[in-house]
Design a protein around this ligand. Sequence first.
Ligand code: GLY
Length: 355
Amino acid sequence: MTLVDPSPGRGASWAAAGMLAPVTEVTYGEQPLLALTLAGSARWPSFAAELEEASGRSPGYVECGTVVVARDADDRAALDDLLAFQRSLGLEAEWLRRRELRGIEPGLAPGVRGGILVAGDHQVDNRALVEALCLAFERAGGTLRRTAVAAVDVARDRVTGVRLSDGSRIAAGAVVLAAGCWTGGLGGLPPDVLPPVRPVKGQLLHLAARGDAAPPATRTIRGLDVYVVTRPDGRVVVGATVEEQGFDTTVTAEAVHDLLRDARDLLPGLGELAFAEAVAGLRPGSPDNAPLIGAAAGIEGLVCATGHHRNGILLAPVTAGAVVDLLLDRDAPDVVAPFSPGRFRAAAPVAAGAR
Ligand code: GLY
């Protein structure tokens, strides 16, 4: 098996924060995605253990829980609605008053109005994760080719391999399209088969502990516009913007300012940490913000695993499982059926002369 990637693990996965948060990230109108994100979350403990065994490296999976905090009356009203929505879906979430909240997270700003505790939303160290995945892949006999795929070769509606940007070719009876936001630009495929994914920019900050100071929080702390993920060793990730800026990955002064301001409003002690890094990445967004997982209609041997938008890390185990099922000619789990790439096929524009 060959993985072709110019920089494995350095795309959206590198710029993520590693939140595993199906309940706190549940969004109105995206309920069909919830069954999948919950399945992803349920798979994480065993996936992390299997990966550590296979790679000899911990991916940094931590069952930390998450709190969504209200800073003012407007936030409070929004969180009342969110809690009602979460409960209407049967999700586990509870309201904590200011004193209860500051009892479990003393680093929170004194002015917080309370918040929603979601004990089941956790985190993984996304950068440790991709390092472990690359190691496990190579240990299992996989080959990493650090170059880009220029085009997928298709003959008589069947995949025959890929052409690489250096001009070489790899013959293959099956190809998995998993090039993140670049998947939509791959050559060789008819427009109605090419996954309709676009880049959705996210900017994040990395802060680092100084001296023996206690970490700012033990749980992931979220506001309505910001989240703060604290690793057990005191490193902190603050995210994230959601921007439609094409393939631009500029880190902007405004985003750095706004993320720090919003994060410090929740956890004032963050200002004492060392500034380590600001990073911008590109999520692969689809027209309905849900992933495309499954066999590509019309081309035998072509499987899609892309368009995961805000949920790539969370959905990694369930996506990998489904892709393996499909490659081995088994049925993928029912939970991925609604996310078949074919759902966009009728709507996709077909260029004149294509096919
Ligand atoms: N899931 C968090 C993000 O995409 O920013």
